[in-house]
Design a binder for this molecule. Structure first.
Ligand code: GLV
Ligand code: MN
Ligand code: MN
Length: 409
C-alpha cells in the first residue's frame, strides 16, 4: 500500500535536519524556537496528508486521520522531533515522517480504516534541556504527576515556563491523558542506533524490549582555593572526586555484563585555570535490561560516591532525575508487526533496545511495538547518523502492511 514515498521521507528528514538553534549542526532541544519551527513544518505535512492537526497542553504535535466511524479506537504512530546536541537527522524524526507518509498513502487512495490513526511528535524525548525526559508521553498516558515542572534548564527557565512559552498550558496537562480503552495500540519506527542489523545484513528489526534507565545528577562540593598556594594534602578538590566517580562508573560497567554507564556532562565551578574546583557536577546515565541488576549497580555507585566524598572531605549530593524500568513490547502487537514485515519479504531481527523511547512510556497505557531501521555503522546521537532510502522503503512497506492487517482484524 505504501509505495515510493521513501524519497519524500528522506528529503523531509533533510529539511528538518536544517532546523537547528546552532549553525553548523543539529541542536533542537525541547520547547525551543528551533523545535517550534520543526513542529510547524511537520504540521503542514500532516495537513497535506489529510490529518487535522492539534498541539496538546504539554506541546505534543498530533495529526489525526479519522476512521470510517466516529467512535473508533486510535492507533498512535509516534516518535520525536527534539534532538540531542550535535545530533543526526534521523533519531526520532524518521519515525514521525514515516508515520505521516503512511497516512499520506492512505489519503492518496481515498482510504479510511476501521480505526483512527494519530501521528504524534512527542514534546521532549531526549530530555537534554531539563535532564528528565518523556514529558510528552507521560502526559499522554496520564502520568502528568511524574513531570517535574519546577525543573530548570541551564539558563534558569523552568519547564513550566518553557511549556507556556511554547504555547502549552501546564495547568491543563492532565486533561490530555488518553484512556487505554481508546487506544488500539502504539507503534514507533526508529533507527536502530546500534550495529546489529547492519552486521546481519538486515534492513528491519523487531524490538522485544527497551532497557531500563536511570539519570542522576551527582554533585561534589569541596573548597575553592588558590592553585598555587594550597598544598595538595590540604585540598578538597571537587573535580578530583568527580573524576574518581567517572572512572568508577566505567569500571563497574566494564565488569558487569550488559551494564552501560555514561557521564556525558560535567561542569566545574568556579572554572578557572588557577582555582581549585569548589564544585563539580556530573550527569550519570546508567542502563541495563534487568531492573534488579540496574538498581543494584546504581546503589553500588551511590555508596561508592559517598565513600569517595568521605575520603576526600567533600560533600556529595545525589539527585535522581529519571528512573524507568525495562519494558517488554506487547507480544500480540509485535506478532502482528512480525507478520507484516514477513509479508513484505523481509525477515526481521528480534532485538532489545538499549536506547530509550517514548514507546516505553506508551506501553503503560497501550499495547506498544517498535520497528527498527538499519543505520550505518550503528552510529547515532552524532551528525554522521545515516540511513539508506531502500531501508526506509522497507519500513514503509511493513508499516503499510501492518495498517492493512489491523484493518482486517
Ligand atoms: C534517548 O535517545 C535515550 O536513550 O536517552
Ligand atoms: Mn535519541
Ligand atoms: Mn529517539
Amino acid at each position: 500500500m505504501v509505495d515510493n514515498t521513501a524519497s519524500v521521507v528522506m528529503d523531509r528528514c533533510d529539511q528538518i535536519g536544517m532546523i537547528s538553534s546552532e549553525e553548523g549542526g543539529v541542536v533542537r532541544l525541547a520547547y525551543t524556537p528551533a523545535l517550534r519551527r520543526a513542529q510547524d513544518l511537520v504540521a503542514n505535512w500532516m495537513q497535506g496528508a489529510g490529518m487535522s492537526v492539534t498541539e496538546d497542553n504539554v506541546g505534543n504535535l498530533i495529526g489525526h486521520y479519522a476512521a470510517t466511524h466516529a467512535d473508533a479506537r486510535t492507533l498512535i504512530i509516534g516518535s520525536h522531533l527534539d534532538s540531542v546536541r550535535d545530533a543526526g537527522r534521523y533519531d526520532g524524526v524518521l519515525g514521525v515522517l514515516v508515520g505521516i507518509a503512511a497516512v499520506e498513502a492512505l489519503q492518496r487512495l481515498g482510504r479510511r480504516l476501521h480505526y483512527a490513526i494519530e501521528v504524534v511528535a512527542f514534546a521532549d524525548e531526549e530530555g537534554v534541556r531539563f535532564g528528565a525526559a518523556y514529558s510528552g508521553s507521560l502526559a499522554l498516558t496520564g502520568h502528568a504527576a511524574q513531570i517535574d515542572l519546577a525543573r530548570c534548564d541551564a539558563a534558569g527557565v523552568t519547564l513550566e515556563q518553557a511549556i507556556r512559552n511554547f504555547g502549552g498550558d501546564p495547568d491543563r496537562i492532565m486533561h490530555d491523558a488518553r484512556r487505554p480503552e481508546e487506544l488500539l495500540g502504539y507503534l514507533e519506527v526508529h533507527i536502530e542506533q546500534g550495529p546489529q542489523l547492519e552486521a546481519r545484513g538486515l534492513p528491519l528489526g523487531l524490538v522485544t524490549a527497551i532497557a531500563g534507565a536511570n539519570r542522576v545528577n551527582v554533585q561534589f562540593r569541596g573548597t575553592a582555593g588558590h592553585a598555587g598556594t594550597v598544598p595538595m594534602e590540604l585540598r578538597q578538590d571537587a573535580l578530583c572526586g568527580a573524576a574518581e566517580c567517572v572512572l568508577l562508573g566505567e569500571e563497574l560497567a566494564r565488569t558487569t555484563p550488559g551494564l552501560v554507564v555514561t557521564v556525558g556532562q560535567i561542569s566545574v565551578t568556579p572554572g578557572a585555570t588557577n582555582v581549585i574546583p569548589g564544585e563539580a557536577t556530573l550527569s550519570l546515565d546508567l542502563r541495563h535490561q534487568d531492573d534488579q541488576v540496574r538498581q543494584a549497580c546504581l546503589a553500588e555507585l551511590h555508596t561508592r560516591a559517598k565513600a569517595i566524598a568521605a575520603t576526600r572531605h567533600l560533600v556529595v549530593r545525589w539527585e535522581e532525575l529519571l528512573s524507568r524500568p525495562a519494558v517488554a513490547m506487547d507480544p500480540q502487537l509485535s506478532n502482528q508487526l512480525r507478520r507484516a514485515i514477513l509479508a513484505t519479504g523481509v525477515t526481521p531481527l528480534e532485538l532489545a533496545s538499549g536506547a530509550g523511547h517514548d514507546a516505553a512510556v506508551m506501553a503503560t497505557a497501550s499495547a506498544a511495538a517498535m520497528l527498527f531501521v538499519r543505520c550505518r555503522g550503528g552510529i547515532s546521537h552524532n551528525p554522521a547518523e545515516s540511513v539508506e532510502e531502500e531501508d526506509v522503503a522497507a519500513a514503509l512497506a511493513a508499516l503499510g502492511q501492518l495498517l492493512e492487517q489491523l484493518d482486517r482484524e
